[in-house]
Design a protein around this ligand. Structure first.
Ligand SMILES: [Zn+2]
Ligand SMILES: [Zn+2]
Ligand SMILES: [Zn+2]
Ligand SMILES: [Zn+2]
Ligand SMILES: [Zn+2]
Length: 457
């Protein structure tokens, strides 16, 4: 697999994708280095590579201010102290966080995602943090990890081998999305006639479904599978958890329900709402289901869309019931979408609150701001774990985070773990670089760990 396995695809910009930074490819055109093309690093900051003067010129307007505040001093770039100051994971994290903070102050604004990534994933030796540009060589395969010498390269070889391929896939997905915008993926539209329990692995479930005629053969590759798994991980993780529970007022198996109402808490427009058709994908797995009611609740639900000011009651309701496929329409199956830009305890106090069959929090981060003033979770969580009929399903990015999230919930009295923390077979397989490497992993995955808790009777 090559970095640029994407060909020249048309620049159809739907929703623009988030721009990312990868230290081993041209920051403007994503070209990987080759025998005929060596990347050159911006001389003024030594932080960003380009394949050509043209690419550097085209990016200059975007890069100029960031470059100025990171200008090299006496041939030393902002990472030149790292070799002396960094001695473990913690000090490396602090070193980069300090640079982020300084950049925010100097630029007097929030950093773009790619600007944060320039400071989080720099071109320094993986082993000793050497940053002298003339000494640094890339991993020839993924161009994402760097070494100051052959000996440091071989010292890290065994560890890196586990991740090398995932770095490549990570770059490919980012490039593919950047070129295509965020397209509505060709979701499998098959409708199950009878209920089938999900197989043990996502790939076994999607494999058969992906061979559909509306999917261009050329696109049927790993990056499509990875991006598709990222989107479908949301409905499939929910289904995976529901299969292990009894739900609804009569404690039924999910396959028997004719109506299902789910509260998705801490929801964001760029995550849970992206390509909303995938929620119909859940309906297609449950032949007995006639009505699905999805309620998305979160204080930042529309913050990226500019919609927030126009919403009366901070709420938006689509109860037309419209489904996208003929099969659902013929059967009279209905999907209701409700979106509330509120904290969950605020939502609970509205006159439009209705009780769900289950609550789910994706990549919840319950622990993230624990003990801080801005932490809004405790008040909401106490309401979510109150009821012995309503399971609270939650996913976390890493095993460490899952344990911390669970610990937050266990502080409420009278709760019971109904699904213990475990690796979610329906997590996304799209790799995302983890700058903390908290779990000694270079990458994390959306919905990687899943658990469920319920209030005791
Ligand atoms: Zn270029
Ligand atoms: Zn620069
Ligand atoms: Zn080194
Ligand atoms: Zn590599
Ligand atoms: Zn349908």
């Amino acid at each position: 697999m090559e970095v640029n396995g994407v060909g020249t695809e048309p620049l159809v910009q739907l929703l623009p994708a988030i721009r990312h930074f990868h230290p081993g490819i041209c920051h403007f055109c994503s070209q990987a280095p080759s025998e005929s093309c060596m990347l050159k690093w911006c001389a003024q900051c030594q932080l960003v590579p380009y394949c050509s003067k043209q690419c550097q010129r085209k990016d200059w307007a975007m890069h100029k201010r960031f470059c100025q505040v990171h200008a090299v001093e006496g041939r030393r770039n902002v990472f030149s102290q790292a070799k002396i100051k960094v001695h473990d994971k913690k000090s490396w994290l602090e070193y980069r966080k300090f640079l982020q903070l300084t950049a925010r102050i100097n630029l007097d604004r929030r950093l773009e995602v790619f600007e944060n990534e320039i400071l989080l994933f720099p071109r320094v030796c993986e082993v000793c943090k050497e940053a002298e540009p003339s000494k640094i060589i890339d991993c020839p395969n993924c161009h994402s990890v760097f070494y100051c010498s052959d000996s440091h390269c071989s010292q890290d070889a065994e560890r890196h081998e586990k991740w090398c391929y995932k770095y490549l896939l990570c770059i490919q997905c980012d490039i593919w999305e950047a070129r295509k915008g965020i397209p509505d993926l060709p979701f499998p539209s098959k409708v199950d006639k009878e209920y089938k329990k999900l197989p043990a692995k996502m790939i076994d479930h999607l494999k058969t479904q992906l061979c559909l005629k509306n999917v261009d053969d050329r696109d049927l590759d790993l990056k499509l599978y990875a991006v598709m798994s990222e989107r479908l991980s949301y409905p499939l993780s929910l289904l995976y958890a529901l299969q292990q529970l009894e739900v609804g007022p009569y404690k039924q198996a999910v396959s028997e329900l004719s109506e299902l109402k789910i509260h998705v808490v801490g929801a964001e427009s760029t995550k849970e709402l992206l390509g909303i058709i995938r929620w119909e994908y859940l309906v297609h797995r449950l032949p007995a289901l006639m009505k699905l009611h999805m309620v998305f609740v979160g204080p930042e639900l529309f913050s990226d869309s500019g919609l927030s000011d126009e919403l009366p009651d901070n709420r938006c309701l689509d109860d037309s019931g419209m489904t996208q496929c003929e099969d659902c329409q013929e059967k009279g199956r209905v999907i209701v979408y409700e979106m509330c830009q509120l904290l969950y305890h605020e939502y609970k106090n509205t006159n439009y609150f209705t009780s769900p069959d289950a609550i789910i929090a994706y990549n919840c981060g319950f622990h993230e701001f624990e003990g801080e003033k801005r932490d809004a979770w405790p008040e909401s969580l106490s309401l979510m774990v109150q009821n012995s009929d309503i399971p609270l399903i939650f996913t976390s990015y890493t095993s460490t985070e899952a344990k911390k999230d669970m610990a937050v919930l266990r502080k409420f009295n009278d709760t019971e773990v109904v699904i213990p923390i475990h690796m979610n077979p329906y997590c996304s397989v799209r790799p995302i670089r983890d700058f903390t490497r908290e779990d000694a992993c270079d990458m994390f995955f959306i919905n990687q760990y899943i658990s469920c808790i319920i209030g005791k009777k």
